[in-house]
Structures are given as structure tokens and as C-alpha cells.
Ligand binder design. Sequence first.
Ligand SMILES: Cc1cc2nc3c(=O)[nH]c(=O)nc-3n(C[C@H](O)[C@H](O)[C@H](O)COP(=O)(O)OP(=O)(O)OC[C@H]3O[C@@H](n4cnc5c(N)ncnc54)[C@H](O)[C@@H]3O)c2cc1C
Length: 409
Amino acid sequence: MAEQPTVVVVGANLAGGRAAETLRVAGFDGRLVLVGAEPDRPYERPPLSKEFLRGEMPDGKIYLQPLKYYAANRIELWLGTRATRLRPAEPVVELSDGRVLRFDGLLIATGATPRRLAVPGADLPGIAYLRTVRDAKRLRTVLRRRPRVVVVGAGFIGAEVAASARVLGCEVTIIEMLPVPLGRVLGEEVGRAYAALHTAHGVDLRTGETVAAFRGARRVEEVVTASGTALPCDVAVVGVGVVPEVGWLDGSGVAVGNGVLVDELCATSRPGVYAAGDVANWPHPLFGERLRVEHFDNAQEQGVAAAWRMLGERAPYAPVPYFWSDQYDATLQHVGHASPDDEVVFRGQPGGDAWAAFYLREGRLRAALGLNRPREVFGARRLIAAQVHPTREQLRDEQVDLRRLALRS
Ligand SMILES: Cc1cc2nc3c(=O)[nH]c(=O)nc-3n(C[C@H](O)[C@H](O)[C@H](O)COP(=O)(O)OP(=O)(O)OC[C@H]3O[C@@H](n4cnc5c(N)ncnc54)[C@H](O)[C@@H]3O)c2cc1C
């Protein structure tokens, strides 16, 4: 990079925020601009479906940094501003307010946005999506009145909202398209245990059902399923996945395909342009396939990694992905990359209070999921990183400490 170059980071949340911090920590001394469509400075989304939604957390605690941090570190915050186009032949980003930004380095950290349901009545008031702090504040106000809640989708966001709403004393129904929630990703037995957690807490879980329509006079009053059941509600929360935010890159010369395609160094097909976080799709050397991870740890670490690589670091980005989900008093943790056809080996009884599932392909450990089993999950993470493959007996055996096994290797 030339002297006093400009780095523009588009997307001012977790990946973008951590990247900007890292550029300064790593000694980048040029101009640094963080452009974000939301009016808020970078913050953490995980509490939005958990303690923040339940009103157990002060609003000010979600931010990555105090406002003064950005001024002190000469990070220009251009908030409430959307990048609308990346010019194909010039290093220039066009913005929603008509301004343009010329860059020497560009980081794309535009994340993902909730997939919208396109069924009759989908625009009725009272149908909520949860991604931003503003979404969470609105929903928090509604949940305080203890409404009847229908959650569409039993993925992690839907399940966490359902759990929070139950804790607040709401009546909750979940509609899930699959016969077993998460069955396609984590296997049927794990999916059944996950379902049991919700039914045990009083959730009415309807599987194998989809939404045909929302109905109501002035706001949503019922959700009608494809099988013809009408479920009365005061609020419907839709959590049916997210789509990567890449529309603004059309015609820019940056290759996309389920997100922005990058290499192991977070670099896109266009020189000087990098991507990180939920939007980035990269070839993972350990798993031998491309991954696009939609979880906190990756967004944070890949943001940091991309910043270092923009400054010349050459090590491939190859973490063992990790995520967690808190529902009721259970903590689910997952490491690695599971596939639906993996063999699953259990430690403990799935459906009980604490168990772990290990995912193997051709006898090789690829992923682990634990319910209240952090030792096993982090042990498995070390084993996967070190490419040590314990036997099925060792995985099942309560006496075997997986962390030690990794250390011994
Ligand atoms: C409610 C909720 C709970 C979660 N809980 C967990 C959890 O328990 N565990 C876990 O591991 N993960 C969790 N996640 C996922 C985690 O928060 C995300 O993986 C993480 O926020 C991704 O960070 P990111 O910076 O890549 O993308 P984002 O957080 O999506 O940030 C991207 C930013 O870019 C902005 N943007 C988009 N397009 C443009 C544009 N054209 N111009 C300018 N700005 C733009 C967006 O407005 C957004 O602010 C949760 C997510 C949600 C929504």
C-alpha cells in the first residue's frame, strides 16, 4: 500500500468493527473509514434474542467500543449510510447519500439480512424479524405485554426467541418446516433432543408445517399453516434464515456465489478487496470445502484475520468454527463443520440434561455439539484442529478427557 492510503470498511458491525480495530492495533496509520447502513456503531447481536430481549441487560452494554474510542483511534464512522455500488473499473465506493469514497484497500463486511416470507398477509403489522438492535427493542416492548407468540422457524434465532418469550411467560407456538428441527444439519437424534427441550418448557412445537398466510384485520391475528390450521397470535416472529448482503456488488467484478467468494487470505477476486464475516465464503483447508459461517466467533476472528491479511500476513485463515446458543438454562455449543450424512456418536443420553454428539466421516472427527458439555466441545475443537481422530469408544467414554487426548498428540 502507498503512504497514507485509505482503507474503507463497508459494514459497521462485528466483522467490520473488529477489522477496523485490528488495522489500528497492527499499525495501519492511513485514513480508515467504517461505513454502516445502521445508525448504530458496532455492537454484539447475540444478546438481542437472549438477555437484551428479556430486558435483563442495559442497552449500553452491547457495543463493541465506547463512541470516543473511534475518534481516539481516527476511525471515521459513517453511519446510517449504505454502500450502493462498487465501481468496476475504479477503486471507488458509491454511497446512498451521494458521496463517494476512493480506497486503496476495501473490506466487505456487509453480513446478512433475514430472509423474508412471501406469503399473503406477510406485510401485516405485528410480523417481526430479528436482526438489529432496533428490531430487538421493538420486540422487547411487545413481549413485555405477554402476547401470544407464533415463531416461524426452529433454527437458532427462532428457538432463542421462543425460549426468551417462554421465560417471560408468553404462550409460544413454533412452526417448523422439517419433521425434526435442525435434523438436516445436526442429525435426527440431536434434532429430537433439541425439540424436546422446547416442548418440556411448554412450547407448542408444530413440525412438518409451513406458513401459508398471515391473517388479520389491522394487524396479524393468526398464522395459517399449509395444512389449514389457524394459529391465533398477537405477534409472529419469523426466523427462516438469512441471505448474504451482496446486491450492491453487482457488476463490480467481485465474484459472488452464496456470499462473497474469497481465498484463504480473505481476498476476493478483485485486487485490494477483501471480505469477512457472515458475508464471506472461503475454502477451508481442514474441511476441504467452502464454508460461509453465520456465527459470532467467525465474524469476529475473520474480521481480525482479514485486517492482518490486508497488511500482508500470509497464513491461511483456518479456524475450527465455533458457535453457541443459550436457550432456557441450557447452553448448546458447536465446533467444526457437521454434515447431515455424518456418523453421530453420543456421550451421555441425548434428551438428558447434559450430553455431547460427535460427528465423524470415515472415522474422522469433524464436529461436535454439546448441551451443557463445554469440556467435551472444547476438547473436540482441539482434536479437530490437530487432526487427531479418537476412536468411537474414546468419544463415548465419560472417563476420557478429550482435551488431554489432544495435548498428548
Ligand atoms: C438475534 C441474533 C442472535 C445471535 N446469536 C448468536 C449466538 O448466540 N451465537 C453465535 O455464534 N452467533 C449469533 N448470532 C450471529 C452473529 O451475531 C453474526 O454471525 C454476526 O453478527 C455477523 O457479523 P458480521 O459483521 O459479519 O455481519 P452483521 O452483524 O450482519 O453486520 C453487517 C453490517 O453491515 C451493514 N450493511 C449491510 N449492507 C451494507 C451496505 N451496502 N452498506 C453499508 N452497510 C451495510 C449491516 O447493516 C450490518 O450492520 C446472532 C445473530 C442474531 C441476529
